[in-house]
Each structure stands twice: as C-alpha cells, then as structure tokens.
Ligand binder design. Structure first.
Ligand code: APR
Ligand code: PHB
Length: 389
C-alpha cells in the first residue's frame, strides 16, 4: 500500500490529525493495534480547551459537542474546609468544555468512516523503517500476513507505549521524567454531579477531585499511595474517604451510588525530545505525558496536531517546509509550559510523603494567596483554559 502520511495509532491524536489532513486532500492510512471498541472503551478525562474545541469544529465535529457538552466558566478550589471559585470568564474571558473524551473519539471515528478513509485495526508488530530517508515505510502483521505501507511521512500517534518513540535512537532522544509518589483512585457512577463545576480539593489526607461526564454520570478521584490496590476499596470506603476530603456542604449533598468503573492510575510527567526525527513526527502521548491534574493530556495532543497538520498542509500545498521544520520546537515550547502548569497544580493540591506539617501549611498558604489574589487566579485561569497555540 502507498499513502502520503502514515498515521500510527487511532486515539485522539491520530484520528484528529487524519481528519484535518483528509479535509486538506492529503491521503492518510491509520494503523491501530487494537479494535475500535477497545479504543472507545477507555475512560479518559474530558475537559477541552478552546483550541481543541475549535479543531473539532474545524473538522465538522462541533455540533454534538456544542449540543451535549457543558461549558464551564470556572472551577472550584477547596482546602481546609473552605472553597472558592476561579472565574475563567472574568479573569481571561475564556471557558472550557466538559465533553467526555470517549465522545470525542467516537465522533472522530464517525467522521473518518464517513469520509471512507482507511483505518487498519488489530495490526500487530507495527515497525517503522527508513524514517531518515525520503522513502520511509511501515510494516505490520494482520491475520498472519505481513503488510507494508510506503509513505512520505509517518505520524507517531501511538501513545506512551507505542512503537514510534523507540524508533528514534536513544542516542538522539533526551527524555525527562518525574514519577509522582501517589496515584488517583477513580470512580465512575451513574449519579448527579455534586456540583455543576469541578472541585479540586487539597486535604491533609490527600487530594480529591469531583468531576462529571454529564448530569447523570459523575467522575470522582481520591489520591492513594502507589502501593494501593483497587481491590482494597469497596464503593462505601471510597465515598467515605471522598466525603472526608471535600468541604462539608459538598460532602452533605454528595449523591453516591454503585461504581460502574473503578481504577487506579499512576501520575507522571514525561517529555521526550525531539518530537521529529527525519520523516517521523511524534504526536501526543507518544512524546509526552502530563499528570491529569491540569486536564492537559488530550489538549496537548490537540496542539501537537494543530502544528503538524498546518506544517504538512503547507508543504503539500506548495507553501514550503517551514512548518514541519519548526514542528518539534513549536510543539515542545507549548508542551513544556503545559507540563509546568500540570506539575504546579499537582504540587499544590496533593499530599507528598515527605512534605510534613510545614509543607501542608505552605500548600494551604499558597491556596489562601490564590483565593485572595485576582492576579494569581488570572494566572491559573489562563493556563487552565489553555495557552495560545
Ligand atoms: N501500533 C499501532 N497502534 C498502537 C501501537 C502500535 N505499536 N501502540 C499503541 N497504539 C495505539 C493505541 O492502541 C491507542 O489507540 O495508539 C493509540 C494511542 O492513543 P492514546 O494513548 O490515547 O494517545 P493519544 O492519541 O496521543 O491521546 C492523547 O488523549 O487518550 C487521551 O488524555 C489521554 O493524554 C491522552 C491524550
Ligand atoms: C475527569 O473528569 O476525568 C477529569 C477532569 C479534570 C481533571 C482530571 C480528570 O483535571
């Protein structure tokens, strides 16, 4: 098979890139290791920055999002049994959209299938070849047969555990990582959200987050030790711990129910440089991971896709190669700033094993400062809604 851009991975990065390139008349093939149902089965955050929303509208996927998504003008920060609101609209005249990532991915699949553009599922042994030549190609095995896709460029949209990043020699790659000494125990429940906005809570027992997917589907998290196991937690134990960590009036109004999904996710910050090697471009989680505290994972994938699609479209439309030449530099500049914000939010709101009483009081003082300073709230707001592309 032959195509112009071979995309590895059919998650949000690969699907959004594929749609933008397809609409610009650029041929793509997406090669995915799993099945469509498996990909859609992932439970992921759904706080969309304006940039992501605009990209989805650009590829014609704004209708359902604008109809079913929830515009949030602000968020709630809680600590030491008090809670205050950071008003995004007032501070930076922007908002975020709460719309489940599964829905984003579903919409992107629908668009790709409607366009009749190819996605190859259940592809094993995906291997990238000759990426530093002008004739790169990708091989994979399906139904016991090896297949080959020759292309002009390869977009590695295959996530943290994919085949793309390791294709860049370790002598070329520089990786930066911070593993946090805790995880998030998350519960999805068919209950009304405790508040119409998100609550990020700092507590001496550990962080808690109250979020939602819609008015009848809530998503809650409590910080747990890395050694913890999901089987150690009954639903009742989870609800009791969540109530301890959120302000009393929220705890009093919390509607609990059976968990329909319960899991523990570790937190890490990870960035691999460069995001380009020859004719291979890394996109999204293939190049970087952020702790979910700032809800940046999906949104950083969106800005990578924006930069790369703009560069490839300019190239194929005869407008030069500056966009792809500067892709890695431009993408990494925004990735590092979003990583800093995610690290800062994580450091502010979580209980660190070695922080002691002094550390807890310093966190509470910083939250107290945040509550009292519109300048500080403006800084949080402009980072949370998303820095410019
Ligand atoms: N070959 C083919 N496909 C692969 C391979 C491989 N070797 N390895 C992984 N994949 C597929 C995965 O099955 C997955 O569908 O690549 C896709 C990667 O998707 P994500 O991990 O979701 O990464 P990305 O698309 O960059 O999404 C970025 O969105 O998933 C959310 O918040 C999450 O930060 C993440 C963001
Ligand atoms: C979620 O709803 O899963 C969610 C929301 C905001 C975050 C992280 C996760 O910062």
């Amino acid at each position: 098979m032959r195509t112009q851009v071979c995309i590895i991975g059919a998650g949000p990065s690969g699907l959004l890139l594929g749609q933008l390139l397809h609409l610009a008349g650029i041929e793509t093939i997406i090669i995915e290791r799993k099945t469509k149902d498996y990909v859609l089965g992932r439970i992921r955050a759904g706080v969309l920055e304006t940039g992501m929303c605009n990209l989805l509208r650009k590829v014609g996927l704004g209708t359902r999002m604008d109809a079913e998504g929830f515009v949030h003008d602000g968020t709630l920060i809680a600590a030491a049994d008090r809670m205050f609101r950071v008003d995004f609209k007032e501070r930076v005249n922007q908002t975020v959209m709460v719309y489940g990532q599964t829905e984003v991915t579903r919409d992107l699949y629908t668009a790709r299938e409607t366009a009749g553009a190819p996605i190859i599922y259940d592809a094993d042994g995906v291997t990238l070849h000759d990426v530093t030549t002008d004739a790169p190609y990708v091989t994979y095995i399906k139904d016991g047969t090896e297949h080959r896709v020759t292309c002009d460029y390869i977009a590695g949209c295959d996530g943290f555990h994919g085949a793309s990043r390791p294709t860049i020699p370790s002598s070329v790659r520089k990786e930066f990582e911070k593993v946090y000494p805790f995880g998030w125990l998350g519960v999805l429940s068919e209950t009304p959200p405790v508040n119409h906005e998100l609550i990020y809570a700092n507590h001496a027992r550990g962080f808690a987050l109250c979020s939602m997917r819609n008015q009848a589907l809530s998503r809650y998290y409590v910080q747990v030790p890395l050694s913890d196991k999901v089987e150690n937690w009954t639903d009742q134990m989870f609800w009791d711990e969540l109530r301890r960590r959120i302000p009393q009036d929220a705890a009093d109004t919390l509607v609990t129910g059976d968990s329909i999904e319960k899991s523990i996710a570790p937190l890490r910050s990870f960035i691999s440089e460069p995001m380009r090697w020859g004719r291979l471009f890394l996109v999204g989680d293939a190049a970087h991971i952020v702790p979910p505290t700032g809800a940046k994972g999906l949104n950083l994938a969106a800005s990578d896709v924006h930069y790369l699609s703009e560069g490839l479209i300019a190239l194929y439309h005869g407008d030069g190669d500056e966009g792809i030449e500067r892709y890695s530099q431009k993408a990494l500049a925004r990735v590092w700033k979003a990583s800093r914000f995610s690290w800062w939010m994580t450091s502010l709101l979580h209980k660190f094993p070695d922080q002691g009483d002094f550390g807890q009081r310093i966190q509470e003082a910083e939250i107290d400062y945040l509550e009292s300073s519109l300048v500080a709230q403006t800084s949080l707001a402009e980072n949370y809604v998303g820095l410019p592309y």
